[in-house]
Design a protein around this ligand. Sequence first.
Ligand SMILES: *Cc1c(COP(=O)(O)O)cnc(C)c1O
Length: 368
Amino acid sequence: MIKFLDLQKINAQYATELKQAAAEVIDSGWYLQGERVRLFEANLENYIEVKHAIGVANGLDALRLILKAYIEMGIMQEGDEVIVPANTYIATILAITDNRLKPILVEPDINTYNLDISLVEKNISLRTRAIMVVHLYGHVCWNEELQTIAKRYNLKIIEDNAQAIGAIWNEKRTGSLGDSAGFSFYPGKNLGALGDGGAVTTNDNQLAEIIRAMSNYGSKQKYVNEYKGLNSRLDEIQAAFLDVKLKYLDAENLRRREIALFYCKNIRHPEIILPSYQNIKSSHVWHLFVIRTPFRDKLQKYLNDNNIQTIMHYPIPIHKQNAYKEFNNQSLPVTESVHNEVLSLPISSVMSDSEIEYIITTINNYKN
Ligand SMILES: *Cc1c(COP(=O)(O)O)cnc(C)c1O
């Protein structure tokens, strides 16, 4: 079976360094809020080219904390609206509703699967305070129009960068484009920890200071509590692992791109739509390679029968989930067709050329 994602193989590449890093943390006797987190934060700041990176417990918390801090700053309050793509992973939406803010679900562009920026302005109301863009599947969601709208209506732009670490728009990395950004280091992400992890990046000094305190019980000084905070810290051991893997991120992303371009060049099937990525200014780090076909379920079964594991990202849209009954009657036809038709093929730095060629041949031979 060609696995969708072989984490064992991915981390085996760095096993010596990872074991060394773990040993150092174990021997240090210091497991939270120490030197390793600070070092990783500094390296992430350099990599993204931002003033502040704050390690937190996971990607969901990164986004939750950003909104919580904006509420603390008086920039938004309960009931205010956040514009967000309807076809994102549920974490993006949970971060909004957890803060008693209202997600305004906007359709994606059917070609890029990213938020359709041309629909943003008509979804703005007097209560809109932010646009949360998601660089879905690793593809940058950004343009000048988005920046102009945000400026005109005085909206914060928050990037959900969970899937796109390393991507670039116009010479700037995602995570430095908006007012603030949330990162996830879930093991399967392009920069994956060996457990949970996340980070917030921003150039906003006040926001950074509040999030740093908020993520540690709302405290800047032990037992003195400034805010009603959370316990959402990045472990020293995960920071040490992430520092090892950050060095190899660009090489990993380059290999993903090589595979993606090879897929795009060689998959030829009249009923399969390949991902689009032709935007001169923006790059794609190919967290996922997502194809679309009306025969998705049949194709998935066929590939599985031929020992190729695939996954749907995602099978059920937010507005059809039981968790969000209040949105169940919304009509979002583009989102629904995306969820009915998308299928993600294996893509990762440890795949061999022959595995990729086998996947391509198998897909090209698919008959309905
Ligand atoms: C993974 C992911 C998250 C959440 O990250 P966790 O670390 O799993 O909490 C948020 N948004 C998107 C788009 C993601 O893919």
